[in-house]
Design a protein around this ligand. Structure first.
Ligand SMILES: [Fe+2]
Ligand SMILES: [Fe+2]
Length: 135
C-alpha cells in the first residue's frame, strides 16, 4: 500500500518531508500484524537506524543555520533515541507478548508523529524563514 505523508505533517522542506514520510511509513509497517516476529524485528532495526540518520540531518541543519531552539530539539531527539534503542533491545530479547510489542510500537510511533508535528514544524518554519546573511 502506498503511504503518502498527510498534509498536516508536511514541513515544506522537501528533504525533511521525504525522510518523515519514510519514518512514518516504517512505523506503519512495524504495526502490520501479518509480519512474522523476525520481520518485525528487522523492520524495527531499520526504523531505529533510519531515525538516527534523520535526527543527524536535522541537527546538522540546526547547527549550520544557528537554530535558537537547537538545545531543546536535540534533547527531544536524545529522548526519542533512547526510546528507540530500548524498543529495539526489548524486541530483540523477545521478552514481551505480541500484544505488548504492538502497543509499545504504537506508542513509539505516536511519539515520533508528535515530534514531527511540534518540534520539527518549528524547525522547518525557522529554516524556511528569512535569516541574516553571514558576513
Ligand atoms: Fe526533530
Ligand atoms: Fe524529524
Amino acid at each position: 500500500m502506498d503511504f503518502v505523508l498527510p498534509e498536516r505533517y508536511r514541513t515544506g522542506i522537501d528533504e525533511l518531508d521525504r525522510q518523515h514520510e519514510v519514518l512514518l511509513r516504517l512505523g506503519e509497517r512495524c504495526l502490520d500484524r501479518d509480519l512474522s516476529a523476525q520481520q518485525q524485528l528487522e523492520l524495527l532495526r531499520f526504523l531505529v537506524q533510519y531515525a538516527q540518520a534523520h535526527f543527524e540531518t536535522e541537527e546538522f541543519a540546526m547547527d549550520l543555520f544557528g537554530f535558537p531552539g537547537a538545545e531543546a530539539h536535540k534533547r527531544d531527539h536524545a529522548l526519542l533515541r533512547a526510546q528507540l534503542d530500548q524498543r529495539g533491545h526489548l524486541a530483540s530479547t523477545r521478552r514481551m507478548s505480541a500484544p505488548a510489542e504492538h502497543q509499545a510500537t504504537a506508542l513509539l510511533r505516536r511519539w515520533i508523529t508528535q515530534h514531527v508535528l511540534g518540534a520539527d514544524a518549528e524547525l522547518a518554519r525557522f529554516l524556511s524563514g528569512p535569516r541574516p546573511m553571514a558576513a
